[in-house]
Design a protein around this ligand. Sequence first.
Ligand SMILES: [Zn+2]
Length: 198
Amino acid sequence: MNIEPQSLEALIGEFSSLPGIGHKTARRLAYHVLTKKRSDVERFAENLVNAVDRVHPCPRCYCFTDEDLCPVCKSRPDAKSICVVEKSSDIVPFERSGIYKGSYFVLGGVISPLDGIGPEHLHLPELVKRIKEESIEELILALGSSPEADSTALMLDRMLAGVNVKRTRLARGIPMGSDLEFVDEVTMLRAFEGRVCL
Ligand SMILES: [Zn+2]
């Protein structure tokens, strides 16, 4: 007999839909919510809605911000290098390490035919436009070392044919791609300093 009320089941369903949360964890979280004060739950729900309402991609680099331009774009408008990452959270380890003083660009993914992600789903044309318009001198690819990252780099290379910009990528051998946001400072410093030309 299923003893869980429908509203509780619905809540478990919401938690299960989050990345990295299995059904067991989702159930534990949902039951935990039921032990909270109503005011705490209200604040939680409000923060969810607020984040979705207020946070949007920066029009210049596509990282998440709640201002007209993100802090990096605001403070480094004349940067001559762009570090290309897959998703907004990948910028965090760079800024935490403090080694990089250039600008960023969030591609929004990597080309992955199996997941139905083609070049048209990424901000590739916008990136090429920025490189040309801002006379960018170095393009640092921090997309990881997966086959998908490689084909994305190749596509970008084709789109940049004839454009004079130095292309580098982070040193290999560090956890990359989806794990980039969790890279510690020392690893990031090493990967950045050991970056190689493409
Ligand atoms: Zn920005």
